[in-house]
Write a protein that binds this ligand. Structure first.
Ligand SMILES: [Zn+2]
Length: 217
């Protein structure tokens, strides 16, 4: 059996965990755009060199180059036979259309596009809450490892601080960017009837079982 899936979800939703489970249990090849970029760059292919020029300048790799790299990997014999899980691609509705064209040429279709959904508060709750001691560097977490006295280090009495990356407004900004770019992609697959929405706020195993039920239905 060859199953072809896409995983979509905001940061902190557990895409990596689900993609690893799908690989371990169903033998699907996992393909993230980041991994594919890295491999092409390491192999110093023409595409890799092109991508690297953009990355070096801190720019986004243009659609055309990204799509070419994904197409190359999708045409692999192994990917055709065993199926795949795409993570981090497509990111825009333009990329979703291009992916459809590539698969159409190869006479393949997508089985399901899985949108892992979690309420914003849950993501904030998961990602936020980390604090570090300004004096000794000890790390705390408001739920998992709270200090005995609020805002003070157990070890050295130093004041605790929250890193910029872990601040609620930074997390909210990342979520906003995700929503803005990915909502059209979700809409695109909703129209084609391949969208499967699963609950990412339950445990990883429960989410996996929802995915499994959805793809074998
Ligand atoms: Zn300390």
């Amino acid at each position: 059996m060859s199953t072809r899936l896409i995983l979509i979800g905001p940061p902190g939703v557990g895409k990596g965990t689900q993609s690893a489970l799908l690989h371990a249990r169903l033998g699907l090849k996992t393909m993230s755009s980041g991994d594919i970029f890295r491999k092409e760059i390491e192999a110093e292919t023409d595409l890799g060199r092109m991508a690297q020029r953009y990355i070096q300048h801190g720019e986004l790799v243009p659609n055309g180059v990204t799509i070419e790299m994904m197409a190359k990997r999708l045409r692999d014999e192994d990917t055709r036979k065993k199926g795949f899980v795409l993570d981090g691609f497509p990111r825009t509705d333009r990329q979703a259309e291009a992916l459809d064209e590539i698969l159409f040429e190869m006479d393949m279709g997508l089985d399901k596009v899985i949108s892992i959904e979690v309420p914003e508060e849950t993501i904030l709750h998961r990602l936020a809450g980390r604090m570090g001691c300004t004096k000794c560097g000890e790390i705390y977490h408001s739920r998992n490892k709270p200090p005995m006295r609020e805002g003070l280090c157990d070890k050295c009495n130093g004041p605790l601080f929250v890193r910029t990356d872990d601040q609620p407004q930074t997390i909210l900004e990342r979520l906003r960017v995700f929503k803005e770019t990915t909502e059209p992609v979700i809409g695109y697959y909703e129209k084609t009837g391949t969208l499967l929405r699963v609950d990412g706020s339950v445990g990883p195993e429960e989410t996996y079982q929802e995915i499994l039920a959805g793809i074998t239905a």
